[in-house]
Design a protein around this ligand. Structure first.
Ligand code: SOE
Length: 391
């Protein structure tokens, strides 16, 4: 579509660290590979330090900078606020932006508490009545193999869901000398592995099965309770500085859940799985078959069709890089594969298409709240010594 025919969408992003870089990549790339119905512009990036945000704007491709996110709400050239800051800031920024008539894309987990997530969802519902939209960034939904898994489950190809086995395994905290960062500070992050990565697998389990987690019991554990303070940070960790400080969040979360359709689920989220870098593993066993996925081999979905003759039945390895697979046609020839960043790009594509069509984007803030309720129930269960906790 030509530029003149398309309405403009000015984006203002708050934060420019790891997630900010991933979102910037998406805003830069989406219009170059997909035929977007709106003319997206990377209008402004926000950071408190003028010098650092100016450097980030140049490096990541933003046209201007602000040192206070509230300025975005006053600017007529900003239509959407993209929140890439720690969880303790999400509610305030998102609610103010929605009330000011700006669409919002908010990083996961939606908030640091159920109360905040409820307020954000109420603001999103108020805003939606005025055509102002919101979305929470559970990007792994937009991995083509995950979309294919959901499609197979929806088509009844594995029958009734009996088991969900969901793990998110990382190892960046295995070393007790790895320094503190905001992700280890409850006041900023809300929780540890539970909210940071457990949230993703709870969302994926609910998304792929199209069912809710209705109750849980679980345990949280902090293996290393004191770490060096950080002298500098980049990505997930950084350089250790002088002195130590407390870790105030969980290092690992293990929990069982029941699904609304009657199936059982097990969840594991940890940053201590030595050798596992970003292993999001999801296996769903149904009455007629199974699907299995591992993000460390993210272009592949394993599918077992229990209706096949026993002698030749077995898990089939589907390489999800054909043009008929979701999103793939816009990228490379079959077999050339996608990576971590593509989920973020697809998130932008879907969001912009929904905005142009006047549709409510998903995952919605209500979906984010549903995940938050599960996280909260896991914490309460762990505090009570592992009691069954309804959601
Ligand atoms: C850190 O554990 C992290 O960056 C998460 O915060 C992201 O949501 C996930 O995509 C990768 O890991």
């Amino acid at each position: 579509m030509g530029d003149a025919a398309r309405a403009r969408l000015g984006v203002g992003m708050v934060g420019y660290s790891f997630m900010g870089a991933a979102h910037s990549q998406a805003w830069r790339t989406a219009p170059r590979f997909f035929d977007l119905p709106l003319r997206t512009e990377m209008t402004a990036v926000v950071g408190r330090d003028k010098e650092r945000v100016t450097e980030a704007a140049e490096r990541l491709g933003w046209e201007s900078t602000e040192t206070d996110w509230r300025r975005l709400l006053e600017r007529d050239d900003i239509d959407l606020v993209d929140i890439c800051t720690p969880g303790n800031t999400h509610a305030e920024i998102a609610i103010a932006a929605l009330d000011a008539g700006k669409h919002v894309l908010c990083e996961k987990p939606l908030a640091n508490s159920v109360a905040e997530a409820e307020q954000m969802t109420a603001a999103a519902e108020r805003a939606a009545a005025r055509g102002v939209r919101s979305m929470v960034g559970f990007t792994y939904r937009r991995v083509p193999a995950i979309q294919l898994a959901r499609q197979l489950v929806a088509e009844g190809r594995i029958g009734e869901v009996r088991h969900v086995r969901a793990q998110y395994l990382q190892d960046w905290l295995t070393d007790p000398a790895a320094p503190l960062s905001w992700r280890l500070d409850k006041a900023k992050a809300g929780s540890g592995a539970l909210g940071d990565i457990g949230a993703h697998v709870v969302d994926l389990a609910q998304f792929v099965t199209d069912q809710s987690v209705v109750g849980v019991n679980g345990t949280l554990e902090t293996f290393v309770t004191e770490r060096p303070v950080a002298a500098s940070s980049s990505g997930l960790t950084g350089e250790a500085g002088e002195g130590t400080g407390p870790v105030t969040v969980d290092d690992a979360a293990l929990f069982f859940g029941r699904l609304s359709g009657g199936g059982l689920a097990s969840f594991e989220a940890t940053r201590f799985a030595a050798g596992r870098k970003n292993a999001i593993r999801l296996e769903i066993n149904g009455s007629r078959g199974s699907v299995a996925f591992d993000f460390e081999d993210m272009n592949v979905l394993h599918y077992f069709d229990g209706d096949e003759p026993g002698a030749t039945a077995g898990f089939r390895r589907i390489v999800v890089t054909e043009p008929e697979h979701p999103y793939v046609a816009a990228w490379w020839p079959p077999g050339h594969g996608l990576g971590y960043e593509h989920g973020f790009t697809h998130q932008v594509v879907d969001l912009v298409e929904d905005l142009a069509a006047g549709r409510a984007p998903t995952p919605s803030f209500a979906d984010g709240l549903a995940v938050q309720r599960v996280l909260d129930a896991v914490e309460r269960s762990s505090d009570s010594g592992g009691a069954w906790t309804e959601i």
